[in-house]
Design a protein around this ligand. Structure first.
Ligand SMILES: [Zn+2]
Length: 450
């Protein structure tokens, strides 16, 4: 804690002096301490608060397990963190449970900035290095057992759409429920989602991962999924098919074979028919790609002819490009950009194109080109079509239920029930997995231009 005292002294010195840059001080390693700006203060202050939570035996998982915020692809749940830095996203994620040692590994992930704040990737990288050096000053009870901190460091996620710098603090708490309670809680969350075939595959894959997080072995998870399959089959056979697609097949398709065991012969036949339809659709798409769909061709040709009268200056062989709704592509230095023509103006000699974004519908590409620039664009062999799985909605609202069993502190009561169960629900938007929320699917062109 000596190092922390130094930091706080700097902060106090800063405040009383009323100036932004303090006199150069040194920490106990003799390294000159840099001026502590408000972001650095915010980072250290909140990380220390979270370290205190991690080390405090009186603060169990119920301290940060209030609101389930998200579940990642691995099925790891993330809860709204008690502390965050500067109003950015912060979650406490359950990483893994070990029933053998009675520990659960948790990670506090607190974003400290993102590319959307106007910083360049280079500046983000520098901030990551600076943050990491600040975090190295911290002292904590280091270890891999309950109420101990495994590590704290800075992380720069550069490969995502919105690169972000975060603080990552890994710590351990005792397991807070029984294996059976963990399973009940997971099923309560996932069952309603699994009933919707559009989301069932992603949900089943997350649920499989979530059981891994809870330290269930494959032989333990399989019977649970078998029950799930036999329960869902009479209600939504499409969901059963999606679950079968999501679960790792296992050696020699062992898992898949186990999962279809509880199905009745007619249910098995229904699943087989669904699988057959996917194969048929695939070959039908292939056929259309080569032969074209006569009806679609007619409709598209008609569309191309309308709205062209005031665009006299466009050469005859280029006219096909000037049609709203046409998906175009452009190669540049090995990169392909794909975008849809939304409008064009012949008097201004401008074309406007967008590439559909996801949930919030913000286009990924949103550009206006001159006709000259547009000559480098060509018709894309794939075209955007309204997603057939979500009818172009991009997703739907889902209500999930979470039942938590809380137990009063041991030893304070006797002869009375010390467990309290609480069910919470939340409704959230789940993106359609086929179009990742955009409502549009990029499919082989149904009407190749001749
Ligand atoms: Zn969709």
């Amino acid at each position: 804690m000596i190092k922390l005292c130094t930091i706080f002294l700097i902060v106090i010195a800063l405040e009383s002096a009323g100036q932004k840059t303090p006199a150069v001080s040194t920490n106990n390693k003799g390294i000159p301490a840099k001026a502590l700006d408000s972001l650095s203060y915010d980072i250290l202050f909140n990380t220390i608060r979270m370290i205190k939570v991690a080390e405090d035996p009186k603060k169990g998982p119920d301290f940060f397990m209030h609101d389930l915020k998200e579940t990642n692809e691995n099925g790891q749940p993330g809860y709204t963190a008690p502390y965050s830095v500067g109003g950015f996203n912060a979650i406490v994620r359950k990483e893994a449970t070990s029933w053998g040692t009675g520990t659960t590994r948790w990670v506090w992930e607190a974003d400290i900035t993102s590319l959307s704040q106007g910083l360049t990737p280079d500046q983000l990288e520098k901030l990551d290095i600076k943050t990491d050096s600040l975090l190295k000053l911290l002292k904590y009870k280091e270890g891999k057992t309950v109420n101990m901190v495994e590590s704290v460091h800075s992380r720069y996620y550069s490969f995502v759409k919105q690169p972000v710098v975060s603080i990552v603090l890994t710590f351990y708490k005792p397991v807070y429920n029984s294996k059976a309670a963990a399973s009940d809680s997971l099923l309560a969350i996932y069952k309603p989602i699994l009933l919707n075939p559009a989301f069932a595959r992603a949900a089943a894959s997350k649920l499989w991962g979530a059981y891994k997080v809870e330290d269930f072995t494959e032989p333990e998870v399989l019977p649970i999924f078998q029950n799930l399959v036999s329960e869902l089959a009479p209600q939504k056979i499409e969901s059963v098919y999606e679950i079968l697609m999501a679960v790792p097949a296992g050696t020699d398709h062992k898992n898949s074979m186990e999962l279809i065991k509880p199905l009745t012969p007619s249910q098995k036949e229904a699943v087989r028919a669904l699988a057959q339809k996917v194969v048929d659709d695939y070959y039908e798409k292939q056929r259309k790609q080569f032969q074209g769909d006569p009806v679609v061709n007619q409709v598209q040709k008609k569309k191309e002819l309308s709205g062209q009268s005031d665009c006299k200056g466009i050469p005859e062989n280029m006219k096909f490009k000037f049609r709203t709704g046409l998906t175009m592509q452009h190669y540049n230095y090995g990169q392909t950009r794909i975008a849809v023509v939304t409008s064009f103006d012949c008097s201004m000699q401008k074309v406007h194109l967008i590439q559909y974004g996801s949930k919030d519908k913000t286009p990924i590409i949103n550009i206006t080109l001159t006709f000259t620039e547009f000559t480098n664009w060509e018709r894309c062999p794939k075209q955007y079509y309204r997603c057939s799985h979500c009818a172009g909605e991009g997703g739907g609202l889902i209500t999930a239920y979470d039942t938590k069993v809380k137990e009063l502190p041991f030893g304070y009561f006797s002869g009375i029930e010390t467990k309290v169960s609480r069910t919470t629900s939340r409704t959230y938007w789940e993106a359609c997995k086929y179009c990742t929320g955009s409502g549009w699917e990029l499919l082989p062109d149904k009407a190749p231009y001749n």
